[in-house]
Design a protein around this ligand. Structure first.
Ligand SMILES: [Zn+2]
Length: 321
């Protein structure tokens, strides 16, 4: 899934493998695979990593990929066990380091402008938080009211407007993505029509990430379009957690507590696309009535009271440590 690979961590993995190999050769006692000096060296290395941007995240990802050269080793099982323990130890130590560093949360709202957009705009202002909206140009042209709501977003410095295609694929995703050239043109039309300032896209109906050294595809249909957009300078962002509320009734499919706990778990376990960065997906039409709006305010309040997460723009994604 993840094609991104960095040279220095491959070297780190090989060094670790060599380290275990030598340790087992040096002593018949498998417990003594690492001398205290080795452990100290690894810990010092982990600390130094925090100073170099992105290294901690890379180590966390690569700790699961490390392979051990077991050719010629008699006690193969103990070597593998030792390697697994070492992987876990590195993972835990990296997690602890990451926990001391800033954490970033991204509220993203898709499909606007729709009924609900004006309320989202007001809540962002009232709570003074940065939010991100992935807009559909066709919706902005459906009525004067929606055009006005789009303009509110556009003029609000706490809101950043990004591209979610002009037609939203008319909700026929496979057909839409079967022609990457016309799909590309649909995004280009949206950018022009809404005068979007940032080359940031979320694909309708797909959770695809392509940026920097990352290429992660959920469904193959959509990949060619995403690659073409990336080739033209766009960044494609998906999401980690989705919150669903029934738009008309305001009845949540996940309560505020449930969604808050999920966000915290992703942040604490470092299981999001980028550790210490969690992207939440919502849709504008979830907040068209007072009940839904109260839930959104309540989630923001809970995060602000209980955590030190910073609300961020997707333009700044990801913060790497
Ligand atoms: Zn959408």
């Amino acid at each position: 899934m993840l094609k991104g690979m960095r040279g220095q961590t491959m070297v780190g993995g090989l060094l670790l493998a060599a380290n275990i190999f030598v340790g087992c050769q040096g002593s018949m006692d498998s417990k003594a695979a690492h001398s205290p000096q080795d452990t100290l060296a690894l810990e010092t290395e982990a600390k130094q990593d925090t100073l170099a941007k992105g290294k901690l995240a890379t180590r966390l990802k690569d700790s699961a990929k490390q392979k051990v050269d077991t050719v010629g080793v008699i006690k193969k099982d103990s070597v593998i066990r030792q390697a697994k323990m070492e992987q876990r130890r590195i993972k835990d130590s990296v997690r602890r380091e990451l926990d001391k560093l800033p954490k970033h949360i991204y509220f993203t709202f898709d499909d606007g402008p729709l009924r609900g957009s004006a309320a989202i705009d007001s809540i962002a202002k009232a709570r003074n938080i940065k939010i991100n909206v992935f807009l559909v140009g066709k919706h902005a042209n459906m009525s004067k009211g929606l055009k006005r709501d789009f303009q509110k977003y556009y003029d609000n410095p706490l809101v950043e407007c990004y591209n979610h295609s002009y037609t939203h694929a008319n909700n026929k995703f496979t057909t839409f993505y079967s022609n990457p050239v016309s799909a590309f043109d649909d995004f280009a039309k949206n950018e022009q029509d809404l005068k979007l300032q940032h080359k940031i896209i979320r694909l309708p109906g797909r959770n695809i990430w392509i940026y920097d050294d990352i290429r992660r595809i959920d469904l193959q249909s959509g990949a060619s379009t995403a690659d073409m957009l990336y080739g033209s300078g766009y960044k494609i962002y998906g999401w980690d957690v989705e919150w669903k509320i029934h738009g008309l009734t305001g009845k949540p499919l996940q309560s505020v507590t449930e969604i808050y706990n999920r966000l915290r778990n992703y942040m604490n376990n470092k299981t999001s696309q980028e550790p210490n960065n969690v992207v939440l997906l919502m849709h504008d039409d979830m907040f068209q009535n007072k009940k839904g709006q109260a839930l959104l305010s309540s989630l923001i309040d809970t995060i602000q009271k209980s955590t030190d997460y910073k609300f961020e723009f997707m333009r700044d994604f990801p913060f790497r440590y």
